[in-house]
Design a protein around this ligand. Structure first.
Ligand code: PEP
Ligand code: MG
Length: 595
């Protein structure tokens, strides 16, 4: 675990600092800083055989390469800061980078692996201890600074060697704001909104899974904030404004008063929206729109029900595989799915098969990803399920058993061809026969099987996929990423991640038409379904079902209740006829202002 500079209420009386980042999860959090930094990583200690020294040194070199990459990313991020701060941080990062190329730390660690036959992480730790002991003994301020650099670089190396990630945040002072270089989706899933007020990180993009997880937990969050960590002291008051994308460190009195007022007005807005809970989601011209929820885990079921969601439009099953070193058994998966199906009390639940890969990693399946040259294009999602049959069959068995408790649909991620859908249908038939032979109760009709349309090939090929899929779910998060070749989780290219790009809109329109022609349902479950900016356009393009984080449902209901379908369709036609992304954005925003 690497959380060292912990909270201490009150904090120093430093000058107020404002930093800008990406607003990824709405709300305003004010609280003491809990800084997650590269310190105190638990170091595994073991001996290695003489024959293993070359491989162990190789591991050290791989961790060095990963560390250099991380530092380079932070350097690019630093360019977003004002000149003086950018220069200072760049100098520091350059110093860290040079430690990683053949310095005493590295040479010493290599020697310890070869001579003392110890594992790489221990070799690095022992070398850090030795260097800092010598530097400290010299009682020189410059060397003390270098010793700190060595410690920080060493901790980064050890973290990369042990793949130790942040964990649980179980010891944080209630109401704290988590501040870190980066937070994985798996670690975000461990955040308890009862204890944590919000978070901000240096890295991360608006549509990555860390951002999605923050929205689903209702935690205000700002990602991609350059220069965040150097200005912080533990326990200092921090404001995270997830509406505007601002982080204020050590706010002065006037700023605090202003943000407390904004916090209260946001809470009032939420209260006003809550009045729409039992109102039917109809457009002005009377069309009933399906509003569904995307769930990240069973703990959100109660919220979904209270909101009156029509169904669970997307249950991401990755939660079953995160934060553990082994794979969940069929029974364990069944228990969790049953909780959701029974909890929805007769409302359908769309269960998506495992979609790990990219930024969503599962340790127990790590062997499939560590070597992938490009994980976003690698053996992930349905490709992995079809390769690892026990993985798929176990999941299908759990889903089928849960389907006995209420209506269930099965959704397949990253589909590119009809053959993948047929293969799953066949596997489901075999698993169902096996279960029935064992006397397990299953529904008479097996669950419908749907395809995520989230790869350009699937959208272009939608008419053929519609022949063998029972429904479509448009995953615009990945569709935008793969169409524009812009990583959804990378803050460096975040401004170019554009769901309104004409190529994306054509793919959306084509998929909606294909579903309509084939007479199968289609919903949108990417993040734009929960963003009121896109509601009119999606309805205008013919979408009638939207699935989103529970926290967005009422604002989308409010938006669609002010819309007229026929006018939205006319406007969508104008938008589709446009080729210029800037013009499209203006058309969409204009329309949103008047309707
Ligand atoms: C999507 O890609 O739009 C989607 C809903 O799936 P995920 O965000 O889980 O990749
Ligand atoms: Mg996706």
């Amino acid at each position: 675990m690497r959380s060292e500079r912990h909270t201490k209420e009150g904090g120093a009386s430093a000058a107020e600092t404002r930093l800008e980042g990406l607003a990824v999860s709405p709300g305003i959090a004010i609280g003491p800083a809990y800084i997650v930094e590269a310190g105190a990583v638990p170091v595994p200690e073991y001996s290695i055989l003489a024959a293993e020294t070359v491989a162990e040194q190789e591991r050290l070199h791989t961790a060095m390469a990963a560390s250099v990459k991380q530092i380079d990313k932070l350097k690019v991020k630093a360019q977003g800061l004002p000149d003086a701060a950018a220069e200072e941080l760049t100098l520091l990062l350059d110093a860290h980078r040079s430690i990683l190329s053949g310095s005493r730390l590295i040479r010493g660690a290599e020697r310890r692996i070869a001579v003392d036959k110890v594992n790489a992480a221990l070799a690095v730790q022992q070398e850090i201890n030795e260097i800092t002991r010598q530097f400290t003994a010299m009682d020189d301020a410059y060397l003390a600074g270098r010793a700190q650099d060595v410690r920080e670089v060493g901790a980064r190396l050890i973290r990369n060697l042990t793949e130790e990630k942040f964990r649980a945040f179980s010891d944080v002072t209630p109401g704290s704001i988590i501040l870190a270089e980066d937070i994985t989706p798996a670690d975000t899933a461990l955040m308890d909104p009862e204890r944590i007020a919000g978070f901000a990180t240096v890295l991360g993009g608006p549509q990555g899974h860390t951002a999605i997880m923050a929205r689903s937990l209702g935690l205000p969050a700002v990602l991609g904030v350059p220069g965040l960590l150097p200005v912080l002291e533990p326990g200092q008051t921090v404001i995270v404004d997830g509406l505007e994308g601002t982080v204020v460190v050590a706010p002065d009195k006037a700023t605090l008063t202003k943000y407390r007022a904004r916090q209260a007005s946001h809470a009032d807005d939420r209260k006003r929206l809550a009045k729409l809970t039992n109102v039917a989601p109809r457009t002005r011209d009377g069309a009933l729109i399906g509003l569904h929820v995307n769930l990240e885990s069973p703990r959100e079921v109660e919220a979904a029900r209270q909101l009156g969601a029509d169904s669970v439009g997307l249950l991401r099953t990755e939660f079953l595989f995160m934060n553990r070193a082994d794979l969940p058994s069929e029974d364990e998966q069944f228990e969790a799915l049953a909780q959701v199906v029974a909890g929805m009390d007769g409302q359908p639940v769309t269960i998506r098969t495992l979609d790990v890969g990219g930024d969503k990693l599962a340790s127990a399946l790590g062997r499939y990803f560590t070597e992938a040259p490009n994980p976003a294009l690698g053996l992930r999602a349905i490709r992995l399920s079809l390769r690892d049959k026990p993985l798929l069959n176990t999941q299908l068995a759990a889903i089928l058993r849960a389907a006995a408790l209420g209506p269930v649909r099965v959704l397949l991620p990253m589909i590119t061809g009809a053959g993948q859908i047929r293969a799953v249908r066949k596997a489901m038939g075999v698993v169902a026969r096996r279960l029935r032979n064992k006397g397990v109760t299953l529904p008479d009709a097996l669950p419908p099987i749907g395809a995520m349309i989230e790869i350009p090939a699937a959208a272009l090929h939608a008419p053929a996929l519609a022949d063998c899929a029972d429904f479509f779910a448009l995953g615009t998060n990945d569709l935008v990423m793969y169409t524009l070749a812009i990583d959804r989780g990378d803050d460096q290219v975040a401004p170019m991640y554009d769901p309104l790009h004409p190529a994306v809109l054509k793919l959306v329109a084509h998929s909606v038409d294909a579903a309509e022609q084939a007479g199968i349902p289609i919903s949108v479950c990417g993040e734009i379904a929960g963003d009121p900016r896109f509601t009119a356009l999606l309805l205008g393009l013919g979408v009638r079902d939207l699935s989103m984080s529970p926290g967005s449902l009422l604002s989308i209901k409010q938006r669609l209740m002010g819309l007229d379908l026929a006018t939205a369709a006319d406007r969508a036609k104008l938008v589709l006829a446009q080729h210029d992304p800037g013009r499209i954005a203006a058309l969409v925003d204009d329309f949103n202002e008047i309707a």
